[in-house]
Write a protein that binds this ligand. Structure first.
Ligand code: DHB
Ligand code: FE
Length: 267
């Protein structure tokens, strides 16, 4: 006979395995946080303050973002890492099904006068054999010259595919350090701690090819102001910093190369 709890779990469409995992996750979270409450002698007033903060964070839509800021790098370390190009956090602003860009141009409008254009190209290779891989889907998205993402249309978003020789090419802009949290609860938390809420300038990328593990990563701009001080600790790693061609600092047209290696699924 079904117990009350099991029937309510079925009502929300949870499998026995998922329920088992949920119970362990919830239990472990409580245990870890009970230790924090004990160690720091957290009062009920402070708990209530935190609860109200999380209500506001949820209403702003930024709860996933704060979880990622604190925990995504750790999650990646224990669930990914396989010899290919290192993964990096997805961030909050991915939009699926961005337009395919046969010419590689991600711009849908004229950027501001000081914007630097970025011609980004490279080769996608099999991590084990080193052979170029064709028809790999590269799904790019990034902030604009003011550090703002297009949340409505697809400016600076788009998909390209590698050619027979594994080459890809996009025409993008050099994004500015990301700075959308100044007026939301994440900014409030970091301001209260006396810390900034900037991300080092970056371009997001998802890489997909049947038969290969898909990759979510970020490419960091080499001359951003927050390269050494991203508010997501540990996000910037040397392998993911793009190299601009020589003397790029004062140029409006910048070329950069970024090669990618992907890992075949076990046969
Ligand atoms: C956040 C923003 C990003 O653009 C990103 O890539 C990762 C995290 C953030 O909102 O914290
Ligand atoms: Fe981002």
């Amino acid at each position: 006979m079904l117990t009350k709890t099991s029937s309510s779990a079925e009502a929300v469409g949870i499998s026995p395995e998922q329920r088992e995992r949920l119970i362990r996750v919830w239990g472990s979270c409580c245990e870890a946080l009970q230790k924090v409450v004990t160690d720091l002698r957290i009062t009920q007033d402070e708990l209530k303050f935190a609860g109200l903060y999380f209500n506001r964070l949820g209403q702003s839509g930024m709860f996933p973002s704060l979880l990622a800021v604190g925990l995504a790098m750790t999650s990646m370390r224990v669930t990914e890492g396989n010899g290919g190009t290192p993964g990096n956090l997805e961030g909050p602003y991915y939009i699926a099904n961005a337009p395919v860009r046969p010419d590689g141009v991600l711009l849908e409008k004229e950027p501001g006068p000081d914007t630097r254009f970025l011609e980004l190209s490279g080769v996608v290779r099999d991590a084990k054999t080193g052979k170029p891989v064709d028809n790999v889907e590269l799904d790019f998205w990034n902030a604009d010259e003011n550090g703002i993402y297009d949340h409505v249309g697809h400016h600076l978003r788009g998909r390209v595919f590698t050619k027979a020789d594994g080459q890809y090419h996009v025409r993008d802009i050099v994004p500015k350090d990301y700075s959308e949290h100044d007026t939301d609860p994440i900014g409030e938390l970091f301001q209260a701690m006396g810390r900034h809420n900037r991300r080092a300038a970056h371009i997001h990328l998802k890489v997909r090819k049947p038969g290969y593990q898909s990759l979510t990563t970020q490419l960091y701009m080499p001359d951003g102001d927050y390269l050494d001080d991203d508010y997501v600790e540990g996000a910037v790693v040397p392998e993911l910093v793009v190299k601009f061609e020589d003397n790029a600092a004062n140029q409006r047209e910048i070329s950069a190369k970024f090669d990618i290696s992907i890992v075949a699924e076990p046969a």
